[in-house]
Write a new protein. Structure first.
Length: 405
């Protein structure tokens, strides 16, 4: 007699297309017909050399909207445009609202500055004791090692200093930074960022890592990079073998949409994991990109399949010219609440606001605590049901009475 299965309600089908759920290769994509050998396409130096950097390059491949065309023309005054062939291939050619193109193709709205927006929304410049080193938290520092990236996100927190297009430059003094770190023994954690540290050659990056690892009180190192998504060809066996010499070393990547997780990206991330490097992902909540529960669920599930732990979901920093991409905080809370209880806890990032002006990361969570007093805490779960948890009684035993006995 067949087993009787429980009457389980099937989940509603997700509107996400299969391409958002699967790991696919998009090569050669827009470059089809140009007879590019596979080994050439897989060469990260070729990818960098053939980036889309100009209006003419863009219009060879896609038809721009007027807002995009004006944005590209004006982009050199703020943040340069640069897009690797790999990432450009993810664009939906006939979709003006494509979530990939919204992230990397300039729009004229970037020139519109809201009253509340800032050039340095995280207050990094005011927490920089030496050029290129930000010391905002007691035991950790941000070490900016380059001002260049493989591609440029249009909502970049450091658009004031990266790409070489803006009025402000990123001043760096590596030797002064090393000296500062040697003297400040409270620092145990160093995060390399920029720009993108993985854009440096293996040799230059290793010089930095080896100097940091030689400082006794620095316990572990981190690298923040979007290159595994923009330029997965850069994640070579040689790079991974070099990085594994400096454990404990962690890598934070930056994926915002499930389409970014291609087969090439998955292979690169797995290569890093296979060399013992723990991977976390930091997403930014972006209007028209990932401000949707189904999209975010697909993203975090694909990340776990790549052995990447969803780490942070950032409310967008108040960078100048980003109002057209900003999402209400209420939407971020709604997404987190839609994930909680409906997927693995490993898949749920911490939603944070980097407090404007340099206040640091503040966690933002749905309100699961209904009531709290000295006797009990009443909480609600993901289904909206409430439960009571008694507070422990602190004075069950009279200590004076014990002393007398």
């Amino acid at each position: 007699m067949p087993a009787i299965l429980p009457n389980v309600m099937e989940p509603a089908p997700s509107p996400i297309e299969d391409v958002e759920k699967k790991f696919v290769s998009h090569a050669p994509g827009f470059w089809e017909g140009e007879d590019i050998p596979a080994e050439t396409w897989a060469d990260y130096k070729w990818q960098l050399k053939n980036r889309i950097n100009s209006l003419a390059d863009l219009e060879k491949h896609i038809t721009l909207s007027e807002e995009e065309r004006s944005g590209v023309i004006l982009s050199g005054n703020k943040l340069a445009m640069s897009i690797t062939p790999h990432f450009f291939n993810l664009i939906e050619k006939d979709n003006p609202n494509c979530p990939i193109r919204r992230q990397i193709i300039p729009r004229v709205e970037e020139t519109w500055i809201a009253d509340y927006e800032m050039s340095d929304p995280c207050g990094e410049d005011s927490h920089m004791p030496v050029p290129g080193l930000v010391h905002r938290y007691p035991d950790r520092v941000l070490f900016l090692v380059t001002d260049r990236c493989a591609s440029y996100c249009r909502y970049c927190t450091r658009s004031r200093v990266v790409s070489g297009a803006g009025e402000q430059t990123l001043d760096m003094d590596h030797e002064a930074a090393f000296k500062y770190l040697e003297e400040h023994t409270e620092v145990r954690d160093v995060l390399l960022s920029g720009g993108d540290p993985l854009l440096l050659s293996d040799g230059k990056l290793e010089k930095i890592l080896s100097r940091l690892r030689a400082i006794p009180h620095i316990e572990f190192l981190r690298i923040g990079s979007r290159i595994p998504l923009f330029l997965p060809q850069r994640i070579t066996p040689e790079l991974c073998q070099m990085l594994q010499k400096y454990h404990p070393l962690f890598l934070s990547v930056h994926a915002n949409h499930p389409r970014e997780l291609t087969m090439e990206v998955k292979e690169g991330l797995e290569r890093l994991s296979n060399h013992g490097i723990p991977l976390g992902n930091q997403s930014v909540l972006i209007k028209g990109v990932n401000d949707d529960l189904d999209i975010m669920r697909s993203l975090v599930h694909k990340l776990l399949m790549c052995r990447v732990r969803p780490y942070y979901l950032y409310q967008m920093d108040l960078i100048e010219g980003s109002a057209h991409l900003q999402v209400p905080v209420a939407k971020g809370i709604e997404i987190i609440e839609g994930l909680r209880g409906h997927t693995s806890g490993y898949a749920i990032p911490q939603y944070v606001i980097d407090a404007p002006g340099g206040g640091g990361k503040v966690p933002i969570n749905p309100d699961y605590m209904v009531q709290r007093n000295e006797e009990r805490v009443i909480v609600r779960n993901y289904e909206g049901k409430t439960y009571e948890y008694p507070e422990p009684a602190i004075d069950l035993v009279d200590e004076d009475e014990i002393a007398v006995k």
